[in-house]
Design a protein around this ligand. Structure first.
Ligand code: SAM
Length: 243
């Protein structure tokens, strides 16, 4: 592929990911709805419900992009709580901030440009950290998981919403066809950017499967780690606690 994703070194992967998200930021929301037929909304709703978020909580929506989860959290945590939308990419943060401000969500949200691998927050700061469709873009995932663990409060939890491995071989084949043939064409047609959507398909295929990611969370120190497959395992929600 143009990106040679499998062979690039660490610095190249980071700058390639930056290029992809600078390029797709403005079209990101519409492409999300199109590519997932709107189902990403259900996956995100499931994540909010599984987080156990309560009024007054402090939440970090990491790799938060255009802020779908942040918007939902903001309404629940209320005046006493806080949501930090953190993302490495200034274009995604700008689109997110404009969208949430247009919705009138201003009171309890902060925007921070940050790399998941080296979070600029104090130890034991958050009740909940979410990273939705973000972890697969991070170069050193183990480092990011340790960084997230550090900033969680004892009793706090991490939720990782991410593409994963479909449970059945037939679904796997259909999904592969969709990812490598249809998705880049949609990217070309709607966003005039097939390369970014080719990267998306490759990054999904390279991402660790359910049990591998669970083991990585265990290694980073998380306890009671579990996962829940959504849409036949196309997506999985992993959860783990810091005690
Ligand atoms: N969470 C949003 C959602 O579910 O719609 C956005 C997901 S988007 C596919 C992935 C986001 O991860 C992008 O906004 C990208 O800039 C961000 N990202 C990539 N690498 C990152 C890193 N190392 N640290 C923080 N954010 C990162």
């Amino acid at each position: 592929t143009h990106f040679g994703f499998q062979t690039v070194d660490k610095g190249d992967k980071a700058s390639m990911v930056a290029g992809v998200f600078h390029s797709v930021a403005k079209q990101y929301d519409i492409m999300n709805d199109l590519m997932s037929l709107g189902i990403h909304r259900l996956w995100k709703r499931f994540t909010i419900d599984a987080s156990g978020v309560r009024p007054g909580n402090k939440v970090l929506d990491l790799a938060g992009g255009t802020g779908d989860l942040t918007a939902k959290f903001s309404k629940i945590v209320g005046q006493e709580g806080k949501v930090i939308l953190a993302d490495i990419n200034s274009s995604m943060l700008n689109v997110g901030r404009d969208k949430l401000r247009d919705k009138g969500l201003v009171q309890n949200i902060e925007y921070v440009q940050a790399n998941a691998e080296a979070l600029p927050f104090e130890d034991n700061s958050f009740d909940i950290v979410t990273i939705a469709f973000g972890l697969r873009n991070v170069t050193d995932k183990d480092k990011a998981l340790r960084s997230i663990y550090r900033v969680l409060k004892p009793g706090g939890r991490l939720l990782v919403l991410e593409f994963s491995k479909p449970e059945h071989e037939i679904l796997n084949k259909v999904y592969d066809f969709y990812s490598f043939n249809i998705l880049p064409k949609m990217g070309e047609f709607v966003a005039k950017d097939s390369e970014s959507y080719q990267y998306l398909a490759e990054s999904i295929r390279m991402h660790p499967d359910q049990d591998t990611l669970k083991a990585m969370m265990d290694d980073a120190g998380f306890e009671q780690t579990t996962y829940h497959n959504l849409t036949g395992g196309i997506v999985a929600l992993h959860k783990g606690f810091k005690f």
